[in-house]
Design a protein around this ligand. Structure first.
Ligand code: ATP
Ligand code: MG
Length: 402
């Protein structure tokens, strides 16, 4: 089937009164950037829907493959165009229904008659097209309520536009329509999923990763870059900040007893992250924490870690089971990257029995022996920033870190 355009329906954004135009603008930009290399594509936005057109038919096919990843789209449909005369519309209708992968027996025709000069009125077109389909598609019957297939016929000045297939979009809101945050991206399974969830709610993100060379390897680094690159496919570019964390981590291990060092390490990470967040003017920090998963993710631990900042910490996975998180990571394609067996800075320095209920007075007491502030500022200053466009290249980040 040769399609001529794609009808895109907005998701939640059509509900948002005042913000609607911002959301539509963002969605239009995001679709455009997802199709950047497809030169013949152009978009036309209306109040509650958008049309994507392409001069090259194979570019329209590629667009159909990419649209399911763009947040803010409720559903979309490939549309066939034909001359706006009844006979042609009837024949096209049979062709469109025949190509629909929707299994079904019942159908109805819905007509939008925008061209008021079309010789038949809406109900007549409906009847004529429906009747023709019935006699040419054996096995189909008409049903007005909840039919399996709805054939939409849109009659405009430029021609008639027909579609019957509705493809589910990614839902959510357009990335960039709900502020920006800094994602703490480890090489694990959880944090990329957390980033994905917030992007789905319309946030644009930067990512920050803590590396402790030579204890963590270049391959561990590559893994995080691949994860960040994967996140870029969901609508907006993700810049990656890599923090040289060895010195700070060693200082913590030296100053603080083993059973509290994990809490202090996390507090240092959060302070570095908060400083970077401030520099990039982001509003919040996202983590992949899930309640009770490990010692640092009890409510007491999170309270002790969180004490270093009043910046909102967004934890979209807090109430999710590991299996649910894994299912999403498989679906979004980060799982296979996350399970590559490279070490993380935290696993290397993790004590055998970290406290699940760290006492804040103790944490403060041991941290008071060293001026961590300077080390934090050093780490922020010496970070390597990798732009989204460089993520797929072989960037020699390790040279800078050593
Ligand atoms: P993940 O699968 O995301 O690594 P996890 O279950 O292994 O999570 P932790 O290792 O305790 O849990 O990390 C909790 C959160 O802290 C992570 O989800 C991530 O947001 C952040 N984090 C941990 N290690 C790093 C790191 N090296 N760089 C950046 N962020 C990190
Ligand atoms: Mg981890």
């Amino acid at each position: 089937m040769e399609w001529n355009e794609i009808l895109i329906r907005y998701g939640e954004i059509s509900l948002k009164g005042r913000n609607r135009s911002l959301f539509i603008r963002k969605l239009k930009n995001n679709i455009t950037s997802a199709m950047m290399d497809l030169k013949s594509i152009h978009l036309r936005a209306e109040r509650d829907r958008m049309f994507l057109m392409a001069e090259e038919s194979d570019e329209l096919k590629k667009a159909l493959e990419r649209l399911p990843h763009v947040f803010g789209i409720q559903s979309f449909s490939p549309v066939a165009q034909c001359k706006a005369d009844l006979k042609t519309i009837q024949q096209k209708a049979v062709e469109v229904i025949g190509s629909s992968p929707t299994e079904g027996k019942t159908f109805k025709v819905e007509v939008k008659r925008q061209d008021k000069e079309f010789p038949l009125v809406t109900s007549e077109i409906q009847r004529e097209v429906g009747g023709y389909v019935l006699s040419h598609c054996p096995g189909l019957i008409v049903q007005m309520k909840k039919p399996d297939i709805v054939l939409l016929v849109d009659i405009r000045k430029e021609g008639a536009f027909l579609t019957s297939e509705v493809i589910k979009g990614a839902g959510g809101m357009p990335v960039g329509s709900n502020g920006n945050s800094l994602l703490m991206l480890s090489g694990g399974i959880d944090s990329p999923v957390a980033g994905y969830q917030m992007m789905k709610r319309g946030m644009s993100i930067d990512a920050i990763h803590f590396a402790s060379p030579p204890y963590t390897s270049e391959l561990a680094q590559r893994k995080v870059m691949d994860l960040a690159e994967k996140l870029c496919t969901f609508g907006a570019s993700v810049r990656l900040h890599i923090i040289p964390f060895t010195e700070l981590q060693q200082a913590v291990v030296k100053q603080v007893p083993a059973n509290i060092s994990m809490t202090t390490t996390r507090r240092m990470m959060l302070q570095v992250a908060d400083r970077v967040r401030e520099e990039i003017k982001a509003h919040g920090i996202i983590t992949g924490e899930s309640l009770g998963q490990v010692a640092s993710q009890t409510l007491e631990s999170m309270t002790a870690i969180n004490e270093v900042t009043s910046t909102p910490i967004l934890r979209p996975l807090i109430a999710m089971d590991k299996l649910e998180i894994i299912a999403i990571s498989q679906q979004i394609g980060t799982y296979d990257i996350s399970i590559r067996p490279y070490e993380d800075c935290c696993t290397i320095f993790t004590p055998s029995s970290p406290k699940t209920k760290p006492k804040l007075e103790k944490v403060h007491y041991y941290e008071s022996f060293l001026d961590f502030h300077e080390l934090i500022e050093e780490a922020v200053k010496n970070r390597t920033v990798i732009e989204a466009s460089e993520l797929h290249e072989d960037v020699e980040v390790f040279d800078d870190l050593l």
